[in-house]
Design a protein around this ligand. Sequence first.
Ligand code: ADP
Ligand code: MG
Length: 582
Amino acid sequence: MLTESSPVFRRLVRYVKPYSFWVAVTVVASLGLAAIEIILGKFFERMVNGGAASASMILFLLAGMIVIGMPCRYLIKYATARFSVKVLRDLRNELVRRFGDMPLSQAERKLTGDLISRLTGDTALLQNFFIQHFANLFYLPVVFIGALTLLLLTHWKLVLFSLVLFPFGMLVAGLLTHTLRSTSEQIQDTMGQLNALAQDSIGGLAVMKAFNAQTIFYQKYSELTQHAVKLGLRLEKRYAALGPIAILFLAVPVIFVVVYGGHLIRIGELNAGSLILFLYLLPLALQPISLAPALIAQLQEASGASRRLFHALDWPVERQTGSKEQAGTWDVPVRVDRVSFSYDGKTNVLDDISFQLSRGETLAIVGSSGGGKTTIFKLLCGFYEPKPGEGTIRMFGRPLSEWDLSALRSNISVVSQDSYLFPATVADNIGFGRLGATREEIMAAAEAANAHDFIEQLPQGYDTMLGERGGGLSGGQRQRIAIARAMLRQSPLILLDEPTSALDTVSESLVHSALKRLADGRSVMVIAHRLSTISRADRILVLDQGRIAESGTHDELLAQNGVYKKLYLYQLTKEDESAQGA
Ligand code: ADP
Ligand code: MG
């Protein structure tokens, strides 16, 4: 256990270090309190043994000790809270920053619920441990060793006699500690699953409702909560059992002290003051032992939580080196040369793809769904990189691997089928396109994206808060805000991933004219289904099962009488049908 938890401990120390002052205050106050309690025992002994002359003096000192103990207790609580909330704040901040630096390849594999439960559950657990138990790590051992030493010096035989049943109690406590730990780990797991389920189902609420699948979801959720109840009760049962066992530790020795100590007094081997010392200090010395099982269990819980947190902090981050140069005026913004790509290392999603995009050109990519179109965009943005020997991608004249990824992305604007809007104001959502943009620039971008008019109609105009994922706006409106964002970015390369496929005809035409303005004078790649979009492109790539089946202009491809022709005829009949339906 030591080998695996000591690096965790060392890392934790690094986070605590900036607040060493308050840690020191906690430690000193805990040690102070422990010392005071032991010294109090000594005063009690003197009170009982001493003559009347010194009684008032000792009473005075005794009161003084109690008074000093009060700020110690306060400081222990305050100082632990003071550093632990800050340590946890730092950990939370770093965790969220780390989420942002995660490569997309990682993020696409992880459940958001799991991330959220690390961010909330594990940090709360750790914070709780600090506040509840950190001081005890110093207080309890000192009380234990100090009080026991004093007692042994006073009358070692009485100490040994009172502890005859101790080994038995230790055994039971040891067993309990073990089961406490495994149960609490299972509870953490279940809580993680509950979080994941709730989180992911809120994300998919519309679909869930549409299929009336709430009951299925609810059933799954309540099964899990039921399981959590079972585990929770099991844990509490174990903790509750610690109560009676504490009697074994505390009450039995005291009874032994009374019986044997009484005998010792009668034969003149012990004085009354020492008996009082024993009755006061022995339970105090033994209290750490009775608390130990719970403390160890919670220590393990906290080290488990820290381990999970550090594990999340160790997730790979994206490459952060490379050229930060602006794209400038490259004649060929995109050159893809014999690229193959696979997500899982087994099946190729892209197979020996080559193409290039010239400056100012509009290139359409068509093909059936699952053919690898979006994957091409992910590669161009550097979200994924082809393995060495699997082809090269040059962006703005520079191999992908030489680019600083955030610099590369600042040269690209992406508008996708379902554009993500942040839970922020409309103006902020557009402003993300280029940090530092003024309100005028934002409004101009919105104007060019055919978004200004509907934004003005919103309750607070540009300052209207959007819900998560832009809730409250129609698909076409969300899309036009996304276009305004891209417009503001003024990047040389525009990637459009089926930007109109989810829209009705009216919003489509509004989005369309906005897109035309966005594309004006820029290099554009557009993944599209609609003939109107496709046929306007300068050149068309037909992607079929990860390969480029055909490429050329609309007329050339029709003349080839191949895959494109079939797609074209199919699309033609479909758009015809939908036009008749409308
Ligand atoms: P398209 O955009 O042409 O519909 P995609 O590029 O999205 O196709 O997907 C191509 C293939 O790659 C599909 O079979 C899809 O299931 C798979 N795929 C897409 N994203 C991932 C991913 N993150 N991990 C594993 N497979 C993926
Ligand atoms: Mg796609």
